[in-house]
Design a protein around this ligand. Structure first.
Ligand SMILES: *Cc1c(COP(=O)(O)O)cnc(C)c1O
Length: 390
């Protein structure tokens, strides 16, 4: 490892380096192969170097890279229309990352109540175990010391309640409540899905109390659940939703989606981004969603996800080390007795990449294009490692 690095050491020491990727695999310079069930933290939705994405990016890169949002771009308009067609949304704001999509959503909320002169409605209810990113607003929303220690003062206007607890949530709603912001499946917090019935109740509470429902699907969206968006399993519609990660399959981009109603305060000049909706991102994003929405694609994701779930449940049965299997679709967690980081490192040594999450969970977020045979390989590695753990 480099003793002298020019990088701020926020990511700690890293020695494993990849030189290329293909499909569900990453390779080192020496051609050592790793099965990628981390997916760059649930990002590489179509795997590595998908031919259609390479083509889209190459084609655009020869035409135009950047003009800024001072100019009209018909591909940007067409892509926004596509995102709306496949979701609840009627309006889109393009960003470059998850936390920027969160920031935009929070602004949509505040401007909505400002527009309607709901003077008191400033507070946003969030949930224990939440992760919404690393800006001051996101840190203030999640109230997790692990991320915010030493960065105070935090912003006010956030109220936190336990996850999946309707009773406390109901008691916390009052005349100051502007919105409820929630991950449909908590990612960093330990791969915890919100119960579909609780989500339906939250929606009802929002409607009843003139509160906006803001979903964070940065990690669980874009096909990972087996539907394009996780909320679609509950048959409800949010008012606002943040997306990123899987949206670009590795190209840095994100979006904040909203209804016409909720985004009524987002008028000319109130928000902006230099790069958001840049031509390269639009080209890749368009290719990603077209692939995910192509006939049979999501059915296949659902099928392979259910297969992976069954294999993991079998492992849970067979191996004492496993406390629980949880998650949804291809965003799954294995809660273990032994330290999750230690196990994740052992899996890596055996050729399987995973990402630890909170609550001692090993996170699996393989590309959506994963094959059954690759699931079998992963399961064998997990079985071997967990059986021999001491
Ligand atoms: C990763 C993540 C974010 C932040 O995304 P960045 O692109 O890192 O800014 C926000 N919310 C959730 C649920 C995430 O998983």
């Amino acid at each position: 490892m480099n003793v002298k690095s020019y990088l701020m050491p926020t990511y700690g020491e890293r020695s494993l380096e990849f030189s290329y990727g293909k499909g569900a695999y990453l390779f080192t310079k020496k051609n050592e192969r790793y099965l990628d069930f981390g997916g760059g933290i649930a990002v590489n939705s179509l795997g590595h170097c998908h031919p259609k994405l390479i083509k889209a990016l190459q084609k655009q890169s020869k035409k135009l890279w950047h003009t800024s949002n001072l100019y009209f771009n018909k591909n940007q308009e067409a892509y926004a229309k596509l995102l709306c067609k496949h979701s609840f949304a009627e309006k889109v704001f393009f960003t470059n990352s998850g936390v920027e999509s969160i920031e935009c959503g929070l602004k949509v909320i505040r401007r909505y109540h400002y527009y309607h002169k709901n003077i008191k409605k400033k507070n946003i209810i969030t949930f224990e175990g939440a992760f919404h990113g690393r800006t001051f607003a996101a840190l203030s929303a999640q109230r997790n010391k692990k991320y915010s220690e030493g960065f105070g003062p935090m912003l006010s206007g956030f109220v936190q309640v336990p996850f999946n607890d309707l009773y406390v949530l109901k008691k916390s709603i009052n005349e100051n409540t502007a919105a409820i912001m929630i991950e449909t499946v908590q990612g960093e917090g330990g791969i915890r899905p919100i119960s579909l019935s609780v989500l339906k109740e939250i929606k009802k509470l929002c409607v009843k109390n003139n509160i906006l429902l803001f979903l964070d699907e940065v990690q669980c969206g874009f096909g990972r659940s087996g539907k394009l968006f996780s909320y679609q399993w509950a048959n409800i519609k949010p008012d606002i939703m943040a997306v990123a990660k899987g949206i670009g399959s590795g190209f840095p981009m994100g979006a904040c989606l909203a209804t016409n109603d909720s985004s009524i305060g987002m008028t000319k000049g109130v928000h902006g981004s230099t790069y958001g909706g840049n031509p390269l991102a639009i080209a890749v994003g368009t290719a990603v969603i077209k692939e995910i929405m192509s006939k049979g694609f999501l059915d296949k994701v659902d099928k392979v996800a259910r297969y992976l779930w069954l294999q993991l449940k079998q492992l849970e049965n067979d191996i004492d080390e496993i406390i629980a299997i949880r998650g949804a679709g291809l965003l799954l967690g294995i809660k273990t007795k032994t330290d999750n980081i230690r196990i994740s490192n052992m899996l890596t040594l055996n050729g399987l990449l995973t990402v630890p999450a909170s609550d001692n969970v090993i996170r699996l977020a393989p590309p959506l294009i994963i094959a059954k045979s690759e699931v079998n390989q992963a399961i064998e590695i997990i079985r071997k490692v967990l059986k021999n753990i001491k």
